[in-house]
Design a protein around this ligand. Sequence first.
Ligand SMILES: CC(C)(COP(=O)(O)OP(=O)(O)OC[C@H]1O[C@@H](n2cnc3c(N)ncnc32)[C@H](O)[C@@H]1OP(=O)(O)O)[C@@H](O)C(=O)NCCC(=O)NCCS
Length: 324
Amino acid sequence: MTIRAVVRGVGHYLPARVVENAEFEGKLDTTDEWIRSRTGIERRHFAAEGETTSQLAIKAAEAALADAGLNAGDIDAIVVATSTPDFTFPSVATMVQAGLGNTNAFAFDVQAVCAGFVFALANANGMILSGQAKRVLVIGAETFSRIMDWADRGTCVLFGDGAGALIVEAAEGTGTAADRGILASDLHSDGRYRELLYVDGGVSTNGRSGHLRMQGNAVFKHAVQKLAETAHTALEKAGLTPDDVSWIVPHQANLRIITATAERMQVPMERVVVTVADHGNTSAASIPLALSTARARGQIKAGDLIVTEAIGGGLAWGSVVLRW
Ligand SMILES: CC(C)(COP(=O)(O)OP(=O)(O)OC[C@H]1O[C@@H](n2cnc3c(N)ncnc32)[C@H](O)[C@@H]1OP(=O)(O)O)[C@@H](O)C(=O)NCCC(=O)NCCS
């Protein structure tokens, strides 16, 4: 008998305020046309004043619990992937736990920036396979609008706020790639590339939360190469090929990166979930948001083989292969 971490429920939450590209035109030397053609982004959501990452995460978690037909008390571990926590500590995950009214789960945050959800999901899988947890609530939640430099047109038009949540639970499998659940993962980091994408503030440096800084062009090149590589590796580990893939659910940073990665994997765009136009880059929230949106659109169905892949600051990157 093989234990698998199988998806039991999914949900998401987006803040009410929608910001169209045109809103930036009056404030910056940019155009809707430039943003659309270079990134595929048309609009994004921004959290309201006082609306925090944990609040977004709790709403996404409630949606996932409702989808799964579970109560908060049925969860025995909560992992939140975020780089924009409410406070330096405690973790957003413990705030989600309290907000949901759960007292029996252990809860902690994972910080791998835009790759955070993939890292969190791979860790949830490990906890389930090792018997540490039976049912894990994995959330990606971000308020990147809080770390934007609004004078930097090369970054502030790219990001958005939101949260997505997935519940995975232990189930018996056969040990073959036909099983439902997480079949393989592949994680990488290379700290030599810190300067390419970072936030210029922090507790032990200058005591500020800081602003996001990025060498977009260099990140773009790493993304296109590394994402296809990690997705291939994870598929290989699962004993599968790109032909077996029902859906690539990529990190939603830039449509050109998404398209180039799909091309390298030789998967047609009809089998790629794209939400970047409406959400922008929501960092660790983007993949669970895309999974939940794709399910609502009727794109993802039970039995579909899904590859998620993401890269972000660190650099950190990776992928997870799962059967829905
Ligand atoms: C940021 C990004 C869209 C820029 O596109 P690009 O085609 O690489 O553009 P460049 O950075 O080469 O900049 C080209 C020009 O556009 C300008 N530009 C940048 N942002 C602009 C904006 N919002 N509006 C208009 N012009 C802009 C630059 O200043 C530059 O002008 P210059 O040639 O006069 O110096 C692109 O590099 C990208 O998406 N990179 C990956 C970023 C990402 O997804 N990061 C997150 C990963 S998790």
